[in-house]
Ligand binder design. Structure first.
Ligand code: GRF
Length: 291
């Protein structure tokens, strides 16, 4: 049971102990405060007393655990935990005003290639109770990512240029799937402004170089690595950034660096970069979601 909780909450043993202690102390504090407040009301101990007491402790509980969590160093965890509880109660309406019944943050991954990054992200969140990869969006029939989607039982959406750029940008489908957050993982089309506006600070991209260098139109795949090698750069890396109206331009969230050796080719550099991508991308997404 403890192992399951550690995995579910992504915490180590010590933090799990502190979290359980917070639950216990917060619960006791809340019960104690609830009884003291009820004593001030002079209501007889009957059905009404019980109903009011339950309502009172329900209201007091978040404050009590947050209070106790602070000295135990678990405030961040409980802030997120209580946020999720409120979502479950249906008070969260999502970015688009939907009243949702599910507690998850629902991610759409946009990809048009092999999908190795998408696969890592799917693996990373597969045991998450709060994040779900809910949709794969692809613009290339036959792309590897579509196989991954069907193997993993994730719905996929094959999109067409005309509707994406000049139509409704597939926003109705994204809404129908209750998408909260978009991850671009090897998606080569520019994102239309309306879509960016619909997901402010809720869309991230990964680029296989250290932006602002080697970004922009035409800078993708082996073109990036060839340019890095031709310019005799000493290092390259990855950039994870928010998406704005320009190619590879939004605010940088994270970068990781690798050395470019004299004997590196575009292929060997691509391999090094892919290791960095697979190591960091999903974790960075998780951090962004927790902000
Ligand atoms: C990655 O190198 C990523 O940086 C870039 O597109 C590539 C996608 O690779 N944006 P994969 O399809 O995830 O294997």
């Amino acid at each position: 049971m403890f192992e399951k909780l550690k995995q579910r909450w992504k915490v180590n043993g010590i933090n799990l102990l502190l979290i359980i202690t917070t639950f216990a102390l917060g619960g006791s504090l809340c019960g104690y405060a609830g009884r003291k407040i009820m004593a001030l009301t002079n209501i007889d101990k009957g059905t009404l007393w019980v109903v009011l007491y339950i309502i009172l402790v329900t209201l007091l509980w978040p404050m009590a655990v947050l209070l106790v969590s602070y000295p135990l160093g678990q405030f961040g965890f409980f802030k997120r935990y209580i946020g999720r509880v409120f979502k479950r109660l249906g008070t969260d309406r999502g970015h688009d005003g939907f009243n949702r019944l599910t507690p998850d943050i629902r991610i759409a991954i946009f990809a048009s290639g092999a999908g190795s990054n998408a696969q890592q992200i799917i693996n990373h969140f597969s045991s998450s109770s709060s994040v779900k990869i809910a949709l794969i969006v692809c613009n290339k029939p036959g792309a590897g990512i579509l196989n991954i989607a069907s193997q993993q039982g994730i719905p996929s959406l094959l999109i067409e240029r005309e509707r994406f750029f000049n139509g409704d940008n597939y926003l109705p489908e994204l809404k129908a799937h209750q998408i909260d957050f978009i991850v671009l993982a090897g998606f080569l089309w520019k994102i239309p402004e309306a879509l960016i506006k619909a997901y402010p600070k809720k869309m991230v991209n990964i680029h296989p170089a250290l932006l602002p260098k080697y970004g922009g139109k035409g800078m993708f795949g082996h073109y990036v690595h060839e340019a890095v090698i031709n310019n005799k750069e000493q290092e390259s890396g990855i950039t994870i950034h928010y998406v704005d109206e320009l190619y590879d331009h939004g605010a940088v969230i994270f970068q990781a660096v690798c050395a470019v050796e004299d004997n590196d080719t575009a292929t060997t550099l691509a391999q090094k970069i892919q290791v960095l991508e697979h190591t960091h991308f999903a974790k960075v997404i998780e951090d962004v979601l927790q902000k």
